[in-house]
Design a protein around this ligand. Structure first.
Ligand SMILES: [Zn+2]
Length: 421
């Protein structure tokens, strides 16, 4: 779930107020010598020296060098990857979020609920030099009375607009029956998605919630539809990411074969629920490990629930620690995502560090190589290797000693181009 006011702004900002200019045609990246520096090797920072040719790293010295970047004394990390956000799903927000993320050294981002029609007018903006590379979940399947309908309705009301549910449903793909799925599917395939999202919320209380009008607009998809959706998606080579709130949602998604779980359970305790509803079992964690299910952390989202209900803070953090420890011990792949439209995945990294589960070197590897492989499996990003994209961030201090220094990169290089301040 997103902080209400923020999603309100996002949904209503679907039409940009100004035209986004396409940047000038790409100039060839210079041949760089990246001299000295301590380079992150997936565990620690150690001395190294690389060259960047045509935006790719190589250890072999080229004949011609256009410029030498002296990185002596600096700590070099691959650029970061955001696994779960909604901050680039509209033109107006996309422009702001691009600057925010690029400054923070986040060059790749996954946006988890967007239909292509919502971004026709700014589609060419991303992927250019100086811009993030963005991948979207091209469909967002939920119940006709499900999330994000409630947020769309409430947020439009906040802006003084009385929106009909039918109109609000254009923000996602409502599916209540197999017949709905049959109707949607050909159009969904035309979007040529690599990734689609399904919404599961409080599945174990589904009967009570259907009878409770206060949950209208905040429910999830019928759990019986999850297997048919995943099967169809996999036949078409599409990965499925499942929004899961509770441990029951998580279990349904994992057993149905969802590729990615969008949240670590325990970022909030919903009305009518208690801590036990969010505790993952050993059995389901073992199954996630066996199936290769990826879990996106979004642990920092708990800050919103903790701010509203400070009495929940200790419980939520204990739950998060417990669930993270289980997943880590079982070897489940974790990808770092913030789900925070005003923040970045750097906030998530710092929040996770505060939970004290991961040694910092490991956390940095999870934030770079692991998240890259999980979310952009075909891209040569997230690590320093022959032929990898020359994407790097330089810091004046060691992030394994001072995690907050991650907020202050002193130099950023994207595909061999040094970015301005
Ligand atoms: Zn989200």
């Amino acid at each position: 779930m997103l902080p209400f006011r923020l999603l309100a702004a996002l949904l209503l900002a679907a039409t940009p107020a100004f035209a986004l200019q396409r940047p000038a045609a790409e100039a060839p990246a210079p041949a760089l010598e990246l001299r000295g520096g301590l380079w992150f090797d997936g565990e620690r920072f150690s001395p190294g020296s690389w060259y960047s040719i045509d935006g790719r790293l190589t250890a072999s010295r080229p004949e011609r060098i256009d410029a030498v970047l002296d990185l002596t004394g600096r700590f070099i990390l691959p650029s970061l990857i955001e696994a779960h956000n909604h901050d680039a799903q509209s033109g107006r927000f996309g422009a702001i979020s691009n600057a925010k993320n690029m400054h923070a050294g986040i060059f790749h981002s996954i946006q988890l609920c967007s239909r292509p029609s919502a971004r026709e007018d700014y589609g060419g903006f991303f992927g250019q030099p100086g811009m993030m590379t963005v991948r979207y979940a091209e469909a967002c399947l939920s119940a006709a009375d499900g999330h994000p309908l409630g947020i769309a309705l409430a947020s439009s009301r906040q802006f003084g607009i009385e929106m009909e549910p039918a109109e609000a449903r254009r923000f996602y793909d409502p599916v209540d029956t197999l017949a709905d799925l049959d109707r949607l599917w050909p159009e969904l395939l035309e979007r040529r998605p690599r990734l689609i999202k399904i919404i599961l919320i409080n599945s174990e209380r589904r009967a009570q919630e259907l009878a409770d009008p206060s949950t209208f607009g905040f429910r999830g998809i019928d759990p019986a539809l999850v297997v048919p959706i995943v099967e169809r998606a996999h036949r078409a080579g599409i990965r499925v990411v499942a929004h899961a709130d509770t441990a029951a949602d998580f279990a349904i998604a994992v057993r149905a074969g969802a590729d990615i779980i969008a949240h670590l359970p325990g970022y909030r305790i919903a009305p009518g629920m208690n801590a036990a509803n969010y505790r993952l079992s050993d059995a389901i964690v073992a199954e996630a490990a066996r199936r290769g299910t990826i879990v996106i952390t979004t642990a920092g989202v708990a800050r919103h629930d903790m701010a509203r209900r400070p009495e929940n803070a200790a419980t939520l953090q204990a739950l998060q620690r417990e669930n993270l420890r289980l997943l880590r011990d079982a070897g489940v792949t974790l990808a770092l995502g913030s789900d925070d439209v005003m923040g970045t995945v750097v906030d998530e990294l710092v929040y996770l560090d505060g939970l004290g589960i991961f040694p910092r070197g490991e956390l940095l590897r999870r934030a770079t190589a692991d998240t890259a492989r999980a979310m952009f499996p075909e891209a040569a990003i997230g690590r320093f290797a022959e032929g990898a994209e020359a994407n790097l961030l330089a810091f004046d201090g060691d992030p394994t000693v001072d995690i907050e220094i991650l907020r202050r990169p002193v130099l950023r290089v994207q595909r061999g181009m040094v970015l301005g301040r």
